[in-house]
Design a protein around this ligand. Structure first.
Ligand code: KG4
Ligand code: ZN
Length: 373
């Protein structure tokens, strides 16, 4: 049994919620209790299945979820030492994400829910990231959220479960996508974030100067696509000058890239803090950082510094709960279930797109179905 909170091991309090995550390349399941204990959790990464393609292949992802998910669900029930009948609700990521994978998770969750005679809770993957910090700490609403993942880069004010107001978003690439593309350009493999972070530790961040899109401009939006081009040009210039891209070149580019990302994030964050504070009408407020990129130690430290310098408290989930996992989905399901015990989203189908703030104008992925992020 894993303690999400610092409290000593104690008998878990019902309700118990099973959470399933299959929106991208992790197959994950977890069971959490109302008193914030993670009774069991398993994550199966598909990195090896996708790495030779340099990114996630949706068809392969869906097939792997099918092969693995039922074993994972049986595994967490066994680890938690409970039966299906002991569950109070079953939650699954219902969007946004790759539809093939979402269908596997949603259908499995609905089947378990109906077999156990319990409600099905449709969870927005982004809400899973957004609420994870509350599984780990007692953070009250409202809080400012910086959501940084492979598909998203957004600043949101969170005033309750299901209550999100977008303050800023990326106008092109997501921040994790920028890490992944940089890694691919430098031949560092997939997923790029951890690989770039490892290289950056060894590098000199001042050797190369990269552009800092939107810094100093008003507003809270982000832009990272120019950075990717600048990384490519810098690498090409190194090859031209020295005949090849050497280990020190690679490390220095990664260090410059990471410090530039930190500068962009902290600059936009400062603007968002001002906006959020005006809206909330109070001074000291929590900043929550969530999503896979929040696993980056350098970025965490820089964001924490900005938060503390601006009289905010800083909160980020432990590293294993930053990247995709089942506990975040189980916990978001728990929050929704506690909010409305009569909830049952059985009629809801998977959604490739599902913005947290449905009133915000889409800046990327415009289309009939609305915003991608
Ligand atoms: O939240 P997540 O697991 O999946 C999505 O919902 O997208 O985030 C995955 C993203 C990938 O782009 C990955 O490269 C990035 O998070 N990531 C990192 C680190 N660990 C994962 N980026 C920077 N530094 C890391 N240590
Ligand atoms: Zn995610």
């Amino acid at each position: 049994m894993t303690q999400a909170t610092e409290t000593p091991d104690k008998k878990p309090q019902r309700p118990f919620v099973l959470g399933i995550e299959t929106s991208c390349d992790e197959t994950a399941a977890a069971i959490v209790s109302a008193d914030k204990q993670i009774l069991a959790h398993q994550v199966l990464s598909q990195i090896d299945d996708h790495s030779e393609y340099g990114g996630v292949v949706p068809e392969i992802a869906a097939r792997q979820h099918i092969s693995n998910l039922d074993h994972l669900v049986a595994g967490v029930l066994k680890d938690a030492n409970i039966s299906m009948a002991d569950l109070d609700a079953v939650a699954a990521t219902t969007g946004p994400g790759l539809v093939g994978g979402l269908m596997v998770g949603v259908m499995t969750a609905k089947a378990v829910a109906r077999a156990a005679g319990k409600p099905y809770v449709a969870v927005n993957h982004l809400e899973g990231h957004a609420l994870t910090a509350r599984l780990v700490e007692d953070i009250k609403f409202p809080y400012l959220l910086l959501l940084v993942s492979g598909g998203h880069c957004q600043l949101l004010s969170v005033s309750g479960v299901g209550k999100y107001k977008r303050l800023g978003t990326t106008i092109d690439d997501a921040v994790g996508e920028a890490f992944d593309k940089t890694a691919k350009l430098l031949g560092l493999g997939y997923p790029g974030g951890p690989a770039v972070e490892k290289e950056a530790v060894k590098g000199n961040p001042t050797r190369f100067k990269l552009p800092r899109p939107l810094i100093g401009k008003p507003g809270c939006d982000f832009s990272f696509s120019g950075l990717k081009t600048a990384v490519r040009r810098t690498a090409e210039a190194c090859v031209k000058e020295r005949g090849a891209l050497y280990a020190d070149d690679r490390a220095d580019i990664c260090a410059a890239f990471q410090t530039t990302i930190a500068a962009c994030l902290t600059n936009r964050l400062k603007n968002a803090i001002k906006l959020f504070r005006e809206e909330a009408g109070t001074d000291t407020l929590p900043l929550v950082v969530a999503g896979g990129v929040a696993a980056n130690k350098y970025l965490r430290a820089e964001l924490q510094k900005t938060a503390l310098d601006n009289n905010m408290t800083f909160h980020a989930p432990p590293l294993a709960l930053c990247t995709d996992n089942g506990a975040m989905i189980a916990w978001a399901g728990m929050e929704r279930f506690l909010d409305d015990p009569s909830i049952d989203d059985f009629e809801m189908a998977p959604r490739a797109r599902w913005p947290l703030d449905s009133t915000a104008i889409p800046l990327v992925g415009k289309g009939k179905k609305g915003a991608k992020a």
